[in-house]
Design a protein around this ligand. Structure first.
Ligand code: IPD
Ligand code: CA
Ligand code: CA
Length: 257
């Protein structure tokens, strides 16, 4: 598929930018107390946007660092996180990625997430399955929350939502086998798609964090909703993603918070 192949090529090229800066001076700046941006975020985004504008000048763009661009009312939109996991990246903790999702008439139809540290290329498109380095992805078979490994993340301005975040964390801690906080929501979704973990929730995400990951997860057999179980849109803040089998149990935990 033309758009998927393009997204995959672009995610790999942007991943090379991140790899280049991994061991070099990153020119860290602060968008907020704990919210960083580096030269790698900016160069990765510039490369991605430049290529999209060259190849698809009529499309819309939504990118984390530069916001909306391209043709505003186009029915095709690229949704980009040039570096998901910037805090990890700034500390040389190797769990970060490039995420590129493609939306057509309001639906995310394909996406690519590239982890340059492991050379893992996750990709998926509606109706055609999802893959890591060409190998088909399937969610796990874990069917009880008590046996599940979960992932989560916290917003940068966690202070504003600390009570809700801690109550959810506590309740899932008591109900699951264990929880990990990876630091890259896009990779977290791909890990649920790959069956490396069984569920993921986060309370304040952005479209670029989840656009590619959502199609990869759903094409691997996973389920994604907001916290009350309603259909998910990448423009919503709350995300609950799972292998499907433990989704209702996770919803029950969220309803208690
Ligand atoms: C962040 C990561 C992190 C999540 C934050 C996101 P960034 O994105 O996905 O895992 O917990 O909510 O903002 O800033 O590294 O692109
Ligand atoms: Ca992000
Ligand atoms: Ca980012």
């Amino acid at each position: 598929m033309e758009y998927l192949d393009f997204a995959v090529g672009l995610a790999r090229a942007a991943g090379d930018v991140l790899k280049y800066y991994m061991d070099r001076e990153k020119q860290v700046e602060f968008k907020g107390r704990a919210n960083l941006v580096t030269i790698a975020d900016r160069e990765s985004e510039a490369l991605i946007i430049g290529e999209i504008q060259r190849q698809f000048p009529g499309h819309a763009i939504l990118a984390e660092e530069s916001g909306a661009g391209g043709v505003a009312d186009a029915e095709a939109r690229w949704i980009i996180d040039p570096l998901d996991g910037t805090t990890n990246f700034a500390h040389q903790y190797p769990f970060f990625c490039v995420s590129i999702g493609f939306e057509l008439q309001g639906e995310i139809i394909c996406g690519a997430v590239y982890d340059p540290s492991r050379d893992h290329m996750f990709s998926g498109s509606r109706g055609n399955g999802s893959f890591v380095n060409g190998q088909r992805l399937h969610v796990s078979g874990v069917d009880q929350l008590g046996h599940a490994l979960l992932m989560t993340g916290f917003p940068y301005r966690v202070g504003e939502k600390i009570d809700m975040a801690m109550t959810q964390f506590r309740n899932f801690m008591l109900a699951s086998q264990a929880i990990r906080r990876g630091g890259s929501a896009a990779l977290d979704l791909c890990y649920v798609a790959q069956g490396k973990c069984d569920g993921f929730w986060e309370l304040d995400l952005q479209p670029w964090d989840t656009a590619a990951g959502r199609v990869i997860l759903e094409e691997a057999g996973g389920r994604i909703t907001e916290f009350a179980g309603n259909p998910y849109s990448v423009y919503m803040k709350q995300v609950l993603a799972s292998n499907g089998r433990i989704h209702d149990e996770m919803l029950d935990v969220l309803k208690r918070t």
